[in-house]
Design a protein around this ligand. Structure first.
Ligand code: ADP
Ligand code: MG
Length: 492
């Protein structure tokens, strides 16, 4: 008998089991099996060929980059790469699928048995096993909201290459699902095979969710959640579903295996019409595309083409550049941010100073203006120039801030702007000494008061020197010089 029966469902603790299926739309220039562009935003039904329209007599030709991209993904997620895999037809009727079938892979996915490590909130990592990654083509789009009486069909998307990444049921909470998706997005972006934008549909996620009594080996009955268009919505939908299943089982009910749609406005899941759910795809091998053969040589050259991946880069930033976990994590979040940081660091030295400026000031500007680091107006070299001025004590911290702001709209180098704004500070002691002496000898009573404990007068002395230097003196240095001078007077 099933072990589940020994549990009292009204009191037992449940644990959550989640497996995710992620579709990533690939950044190939042309479609999976036809020489026509995949460019987004074109007039409806213009990026189509007779093949995309399902005309008889057309033959698919496999896009080489589809194979290259998925192998890169497989390598980056520690998968085995099948030396031989085939395509299969997944048959179903839908108006946006004129062929009547989607070309996919069925029992021989090109990548299988990999893993990614995700970072959890407490700083630990967890390994999520990847069951398979396979290639397929997208269907067209049905548009329901532009005509009051009709559904419109746009076939521009038909045949766009996708990969589907399927995990083992290793994910145990909505937060882990979120962390996993973040990782997948980061990996596809590092590989430059998908833009990773879930809101625009280039990453899509279906979540399989079940619960079971803690201690039970057998998996509970799952439901499949669809229609979440952001990472946060995936998190919310899973949370909702865990609560629904728990209530159901606690009250003596049973979970039915079914597909549920997330409604982001009502914050609840609802059942699909049963017709949409009838799955009998009658898969069979695609007769028009030869098997995909992956040679050792292909694997070697694709492996060599991989960029340094985020986990490795994080460790290097941490161990070699001695950045904090937070800094290294933030900077390696996006490949382009990490590239920007490294370009800047190469010129400026001092990793910590570069990290500080990028993480606080640069990211603030990017956030405010909804910009990508690749579109940031200040080049790494110019930013390095600014950091070097500060490192050499040529400018103060507050001047650095003003110059940084000026640089956003002024393409001259930092030093020129600093001179122009009169922000170059003087750290030359032979220039400052007479100014310090002058202020102290003009205020003997204040010096006395300072010596008898009125330390607040330091601000007065420094302020006077700053004024007499027309604001150019290095205030830290002046502070130190005033103190030294007063101490010397005391000794006299
Ligand atoms: P299907 O063929 O119906 O798509 P798969 O075996 O390929 O089913 O699994 C699809 C996804 O569902 C995988 O991510 C897998 O980890 C997950 N999954 C399977 N069973 C369960 C379960 N009982 N609870 C949660 N997730 C599950
Ligand atoms: Mg599936």
């Amino acid at each position: 008998m099933e072990s589940a029966e020994v549990f009292d469902v009204t009191t037992v603790e449940f644990e959550t089991v989640i497996g995710l299926e992620v579709h990533a739309q690939l950044l190939t220039h042309s479609k999976a099996f036809a020489p026509v562009t995949t460019e987004f935003g074109q007039a409806p039904n213009t990026n189509v060929t007779p093949l995309c329209l399902g005309h008889p007599g057309t033959l698919p030709v496999l896009n080489e980059n589809l194979v290259n991209f998925i192998i890169k993904m497989g390598l980056a997620t520690n998968c085995q790469i099948a030396p031989r895999s085939i395509f299969a037809r997944k048959n179903y009727f839908y108006p946006d699928l004129p062929k009547g079938y989607q070309i996919s892979q069925f029992d021989t996915p090109i990548c299988h048995d990999g893993f990614v490590d995700i970072e959890l909130e407490d700083g630990s990592t967890k390994r999520i096993r990847i069951m398979r990654i396979h290639m397929e083509e997208d269907a067209g789009k049905s548009i329901h909201d532009q005509d009051p009486y009709h559904t419109l069909i746009d076939l521009n998307r038909a045949g766009t290459p996708l990969i589907e990444i399927v995990t083992q049921p290793d994910i145990s909470s909505p937060a882990e699902a979120y962390a996993y998706l973040t990782k997948i997005k980061q990996i596809v972006q590092y590989l430059e095979i998908c833009d990773g934008n879930m809101e625009e549909g280039s990453l899509r996620c279906d979540a399989n969710v079940s619960i079971r009594p803690v201690g039970q080996k057998k998996l509970g009955t799952r439901t499949e959640l669809k229609n979440m268009n952001s990472f946060r919505n995936v998190e919310k939908a899973i949370q909702y579903e865990i609560e629904r299943q728990t209530r159901l089982i606690r009250s003596g009910g049973k979970v039915i295996q079914q597909t549920l749609l997330w409604d982001a406005n009502k914050l609840e899941t609802r059942q699909m019409r049963s017709k949409e759910e009838a799955h009998d795809y009658r898969y069979f091998p695609e007769p028009d595309i030869p098997p995909v053969i992956v040679t050792e040589k292909m694997l070697e050259s694709l492996q060599a083409s991989l960029p340094e991946m985020p986990d490795v880069r994080f460790k290097r930033f941490k161990n070699e550049l001695k950045l904090s976990d937070f800094d290294a994590y933030t900077l390696t979040d996006s490949r382009y941010m990490a590239d920007f940081f490294e370009a800047c660091f190469k010129e400026a030295g001092n990793a910590k100073a570069v990290a500080n400026l990028i993480i606080t000031e640069v990211r603030r500007v990017l956030n405010d203006q909804a910009l990508d680091i690749r579109d940031f107006s200040v080049s790494p070299a110019r930013l390095a120039g600014l950091i070097k001025l500060k490192e050499a004590d040529t400018i103060s911290s507050s001047a650095m801030q003003s110059i940084f702001n000026a640089m956003l709209t002024d393409d001259r180098d930092a030093e020129t702007i600093a001179r122009d704004l009169n922000l170059v500070q003087v750290s030359d002691t032979s220039f400052l000494e007479p100014l310090v002496d002058e202020v102290l000898s003009a205020n003997p009573d204040k010096v006395k008061a300072f010596l008898s404990g009125k330390e607040g007068l330091m601000g007065f002395f420094v302020g006077q020197v700053m004024r007499n230097s027309q604001g150019k003196a290095n205030p830290q240095l002046v502070n130190k010089m005033v103190l030294d001078r007063i101490n010397a007077l005391k000794g006299e």
